[in-house]
Write a protein that binds this ligand. Structure first.
Ligand SMILES: [Zn+2]
Ligand SMILES: [Zn+2]
Length: 690
């Protein structure tokens, strides 16, 4: 393969002051109209291995390489005996903007064909698809002549780490801008004099001026002083914690060199930004006293929302990784190319990383943690310490060091914008949508202790309650009473219910994994189930651990055998064989792992299920799939379903089984003795769901 390095093609003199970056031959050919392309417009590019080797010589190869998440790269390169091949293509967005995509596919070891034949462009995020065999990188071509110049800043070559003076000056500017000029970020229900129980004073100095921290009581410090919180991944190591054994030493003051790297650097950052107090969960909560821990957790929403700033160790997997990273400054400068005859206006283009926010924030190690999600949502403003640069997030702006005045719309992905917009004044009033959005985003996040599922979202629930004028007794282990019964219709996207009890089966909090709510119906919603009573038992308070929860409902029910499902999770049609008729479900999702399927899609064991319709909208009925427990009249949720009205024959069958004609009556004797139910004259049943 040619290794010649030359500059890109000729530019006209008055085109602008932009000088094309140095590119390798393969990268140059992407922008040349006479290059041979496949029928989907792809140009051959280096494999990932060659790309890494070229990164020091070609600006575009470097940009692509730096856009790849180290973890995705590691997974992709796991089997290093297999070489990959690369493809590049340009797809115009507007006359002066285009996407520049790269796709890397592993070659099968024994034959010269890619292991994946997929050439689709369905993903737009780096490393997002099938990270085992395909890796995608997406960049954006922006013509500075036509596009509103997105305020790209040139990073000082001396700024070789995120701890540089330049980076910190920028961080201070963001803090100032947000504190003095942002309406949304300053108008809040906060009480500036409130302080957490304990804080760390970072102004302490040991012998020879060595930096240290000292534990102080929040109530004794100047009420007007500000404090900063830290968001971090604990990791597997057991770092120093506050407990009876360390209390005296921490009160006395300890050197930062005795702390895990992330804590030590957090203390340094806080001081450099001009603050004195820092809150770190590990060092500010007494960990050997369960009551104290639960009390502090119940204050968590205040700890993060009253803080002046939250600093996030976004790229760090554990507390030994620290906040500050060294970096390759030239990779941060936009690569410049001359583009001719590619379906967009000819001219000089800047190549920007369109998935920057996604790569550095949304898919970071920290963003996968459940507690950190709550911390990020609660904080007024977060300064993200990532592996490449500092990023800013507050209710009004997201910025990076390259885009200090705000990320262009094409770069900030929707998910980050949603999380920023979550608690804005504008969206508070959309009472239904928001909580369900929070549930969707929170549910896949990881927890070290699975029992923390409700605790780690308790702070957000308290804030949501205050902002929507809900009452404490309206919170039901992750659901809100006013949103019942629709709130029962969550579906498991990916995950299952763990064997150990954590919450009643009717709440998503009983599931490990991603849960989502169906799109709210556009038409008038009619509920066909009535929630009669709730009997809840909590360990400490309603936002904490649930010990038991029984929901008494009255509704229509039909019993049948779950007969057939076509894939593991049962997302494709399932059939419920009732005595008189067979009902096909338009879709169904299951909370628990079902018995293994045989080749033809039949369940090896027939499962006895009950259908409980919950809402009845114009085109469908949505409801719960239940299983009887051993107790009379008591059921557990095992999934959710919907039946479409468009298939008239199936719809008629569904209605007939719901009318209690033969089905339930035939099983009455059996049910009365084992599971039992109450039969009312109007075909409804009153049952408990636990
Ligand atoms: Zn190159
Ligand atoms: Zn702000």
């Amino acid at each position: 393969m040619a290794t010649t390095t030359t500059t890109s093609t000729i530019m006209t003199i008055n085109e602008s002051k932009l000088t094309p970056s140095t590119l390798c031959v393969a990268c140059q050919s992407i922008f040349q109209p006479d290059t041979v392309r496949s029928d989907v417009g792809e140009t051959a590019h280096h494999g990932l291995e060659a790309l890494a080797a070229r990164a020091s010589k070609c600006h575009l190869c470097l940009t692509v390489f730096m856009s790849i998440d180290p973890e995705s790269y590691r997974i992709f390169r796991r089997d290093s005996s297999v070489e990959s091949i690369g493809f590049a293509w340009i797809s115009p967005i507007a006359r002066d903007q285009a996407r520049l995509k790269f796709r890397y596919v592993k070659m099968a070891a024994d034959r010269a064909t890619p292991t994946s034949t997929s050439n689709s462009s369905k993903t737009s995020l780096a490393g997002a698809v099938d990270s085992e065999n395909v890796l995608m990188v997406e960049l954006i071509l922006m013509n500075p002549k036509y596009a509103v110049e997105p305020g790209v800043r040139t990073i000082d070559p001396a700024s070789v780490s995120t701890g540089s003076v330049e980076s910190f000056e920028l961080a201070k500017q963001w803090i100032e801008e947000c504190t003095f000029n942002h309406m949304k970020c300053t108008v809040s229900e906060s009480n500036a004099t409130w302080k957490p129980t304990h804080l760390l004073d970072v102004s302490v100095r040991g012998p020879k001026g060595a930096p240290g921290v000292k534990l102080v009581d929040g109530m004794f410090i100047d009420p007007l002083s500000e404090y900063v919180t830290l968001s971090h991944c604990w990791g597997k190591s057991k770092p120093i914690r506050l407990h009876k054994g360390t209390l005296a030493a921490l009160r006395q003051g300890v050197s930062t060199s005795s702390l895990p790297k992330t804590f030590a650097e957090a203390a340094l950052v806080v001081e450099r930004l001009g603050y004195r107090y820092l809150w770190i969960d590990a060092l500010c909560i007494m960990h050997d006293n369960e009551q104290a821990v639960l009390k502090e957790i119940s204050q968590m929403h205040r700890v993060y929302s009253e803080a002046t700033l939250n600093i996030a160790a976004t790229s760090s997997r554990d507390d030994a990784s620290g906040l500050i990273y060294s970096r390759n400054v030239s990779a941060m400068h936009p690569c410049i190319v001359d583009v001719r005859g590619m379906g967009i206006d000819d001219g000089m283009y800047k190549i920007l990383r369109s998935t920057l926010w996604h790569d550095l924030v949304d898919s970071s190690p920290l963003s996968k943690r459940a507690w950190a999600f709550q911390e990020r949502c609660l904080a007024k403003r977060t300064l993200h310490f990532t592996r490449n640069e500092l990023l800013w997030e507050c209710q009004q702006m997201c910025c990076s060091e390259v885009f200090p005045k705000g990320l262009p719309a094409t770069i900030g992905p929707p998910s980050s914008q949603e999380s920023v917009e979550f608690f804005s004044k504008r969206t508070h009033h959309q009472r239904h949508g928001n909580w369900h959005q929070i549930v969707k985003m929170y549910s896949p996040k990881r927890l070290t202790y699975s029992s923390d599922k409700l605790l780690a979202v308790g702070g957000l629930a308290r804030q949501y309650m205050a902002r929507n004028r809900l009452r404490e007794d309206e919170y039901l282990a992750g659901l809100w009473k006013p949103y019942l019964p629709h709130a029962l219709l969550w579906r498991v996207e990916q995950g299952r219910r763990p064997p150990k009890y954590r919450a009643p089966t009717w709440t998503w909090a009983s599931i490990d994994g991603e849960v989502k709510y169906p799109e709210p119906a556009q038409s008038t919603r009619e509920t066909c189930v009535e929630v009669l009573n709730l009997d809840m038992q909590y360990k400490s308070d309603v936002f904490g651990i649930v010990e038991a929860g029984k929901m008494k409902v009255r509704g229509f029910m039909a019993r049948g055998l779950l007969k057939r499902t076509h894939d593991y999770w049962g997302r494709t049609p399932c059939v419920i064989q009732c005595t008189k008729a067979q009902v096909e479900l338009e879709s169904a999702s299951f909370d628990d792992r079902l018995a293994k399927l045989s080749g033809d899609g039949m369940l090896t064991e027939m499962l006895e299920v009950y259908m409980l319709p919950v809402i009845d909208v114009i085109d469908r009925v949505e409801g719960l799939l239940l299983c009887a427990t051993m107790k009379r009249g008591e059921f557990r949720r095992i999934g959710a379903f919907d039946v479409s009205r468009y298939d008239q024959i199936n719809w008629d069958r569904f209605r007939s089984v719901m009318k209690g004609e033969a089905d339930m009556l035939n099983y009455e004797d059996r049910l009365d003795h084992t599971n039992g139910y109450w039969f009312a004259s109007d075909y409804t049943y009153t049952i408990n769901i636990v």
